[in-house]
Design a protein around this ligand. Structure first.
Ligand SMILES: Cc1ncc(COP(=O)(O)O)c(C=O)c1O
Length: 469
């Protein structure tokens, strides 16, 4: 195999005088904090290191490796996460004012991509588990209905896998949309390991979607912010490349790109072995977890109704039978056992595994769960209700252009929202600009762990349109 970008960075820069950016000059002498942050390998586009926006050399070779691995026509490195890729893909696949059919519960970047293009969103509401309080799969009949009601729709955006690991039948959904002439974008930020590792479910690229986005950093051994965009054909790739020029920095980090390159090489060389090891550990955890009496680990073997498939790498801990909210479980795991979860909500908590987990990780979680449940008094949590469908008064971009004022949340009911009110994790808006603020949305907001709003920093306030009752 040719030399990796990391090897080029560690070997080819020796003795060279950097009279170019960045200003630290690959030295931590002046700034010791840069020592452990990789400044010695942090360069700009100099001769021999290719250019992300016009790749011809080692970066192009890396992107071709990505396309080969995933089975795409062309793949692109992303250095500001799936977020940048999603914004670019939405831009590339739509025209101003188009109708977009998108999954409610999708990541904020999809909504922002829609707002930037002035798109008219139509939402698909995935099935919902009242026991776990989480979205499940999207059914083909839901999409068929939306396609019938909105023959003008031009773009479909799907999230698969979902944040908690729910999979939908992408082959069927993509075929349906393509049959009606829609372009399809799949936000597979959480599924970079799918389709390239034997034993895991099929990946999104195989469904034939026009563009697929993968965060490498979420599940594979790669630095935060690293991701990939895949295009299904040459024409789509040209449009995507143009849009990526708009949405990606003109100073891409070579540290991040070396991480992407290293990650892809690792998968190519040792993917089979590493996948088997990961799956073995997951399977040992799941069989051990069958002994838990109060916590229930979501499993593809006995799926709740409405779950088409599951990414086994996500360990969703159902808390209904334990009598303690997922948030309390998360807190106890953190304080008593030194375990930090990805998400802890009202009815469930999410332990996210990755290829980099050590051997001791999952046995430690299992042991902690067993200890916690052994001391719990009897109790059961009430089931959750899905949010009612939102009432949109206008599109997000129309609302974002209008004057707004800040109101205490409890005085905003019935008014029209002027901002994205986003719940973290997972970063999905509860309300979009232009939607009427419902009592149910306000209740969900009160129950949310963390939110981000335009009025961030002013606890309990939300932005509503002025004079729009
Ligand atoms: C479903 C989904 N899509 C996209 C993103 C954005 O990914 P990134 O953080 O790589 O920009 C996230 C982030 O959590 C996500 O959960």
């Amino acid at each position: 195999m040719s030399k990796s970008l990391y090897e080029h960075l560690t070997e080819d820069l020796k003795g060279r005088l950097p009279l170019h950016m960045p200003g630290h000059k690959r030295s931590a002498l002046l700034a010791p904090y840069l020592e452990g942050l990789g400044a010695a390998l942090d360069i700009t586009e100099i001769e021999g290191f290719d250019n992300l926006h016009a790749p011809e050399g080692l970066l192009l070779e890396g992107m071709e490796r990505a396309a080969r691995l995933y089975g795409a026509c062309r793949s692109f490195y992303l250095v500001n996460g799936s977020t940048g890729g999603i914004l670019a893909a939405m831009h590339a696949l739509s025209r101003r004012g188009d109708t977009v059919i998108m999954q409610r519960g999708c990541h904020l970047s999809v909504w922002q991509g829609a707002a930037l293009r002035g798109l008219r969103p139509v939402y698909l509401y995935p099935r919902f588990s009242p026991e776990l309080g989480m979205p499940l799969s999207l059914g083909a009949e839901q999409l068929s209905r939306a396609l019938r009601l909105h023959p003008e729709a031009k773009l479909l955006v799907l999230t698969c896998p979902g944040y908690e690991g729910a999979l939908s039948n992408l082959d069927a959904l993509v075929a349906l949309a393509h049959g009606r002439g829609l372009r399809v974008l799949v936000d597979a930020a959480h599924g970079a390991h799918l389709g390239i590792l034997p034993g895991f479910p099929r990946g999104a690229v195989e469904s034939g979607a026009d563009i697929v986005i993968h965060s490498l950093h979420k599940t594979l051994p790669s630095l935060t912010q690293t991701a990939l965009a895949h295009a299904a054909d040459e024409q789509t790739a040209l449009g995507l490349a143009e849009a990526l020029d708009v949405f990606q920095t003109s100073s891409p980090s070579y540290l991040l790109m070396a991480s992407i390159d290293g990650c892809l090489r690792l998968i190519e060389e040792r993917g089979e072995e590493l996948s088997a090891r990961w799956l073995e550990r997951l399977s040992a955890f799941r069989s051990g977890a069958k002994r838990l009496k109060r916590f229930q680990i979501l499993d593809a073997e006995s799926p709740p109704e409405g779950l088409w498939g599951l990414d086994p790498s996500k360990l969703l801990i159902g808390c209904a039978g334990s009598g303690i909210p997922g948030r309390t479980l998360g807190e106890r795991l953190r304080v008593e056992f030194g375990i930090d979860l990805e998400m802890a909500g009202p009815l469930s908590a999410l332990a996210m595994t990755g290829m980099g987990d050590g051997e001791e990780a999952l046995p430690r979680l299992l042991d902690a769960l067993a200890r916690i449940e052994s001391g719990l008094p009897p109790g059961r949590l009430p089931a959750a209700q899905p949010l009612p469908e939102a009432e949109a008064v206008m599109t997000p971009d129309e609302a974002l252009a209008l004057p707004f004022e800040l109101r205490q949340a409890e005085r905003a009911e019935g008014l029209v929202c002027a901002e994205f009110i986003t719940v973290y994790p997972p970063g999905a808006p509860l309300l979009a600009p232009g939607e009427r603020v419902s009592a149910e949305a306000l209740a969900a907001l009160r129950g949310a762990q963390q939110t981000r709003t335009r009025s961030k920093g002013r606890q309990g306030q939300i932005a509503v349109l002025t004079g729009c009752e």
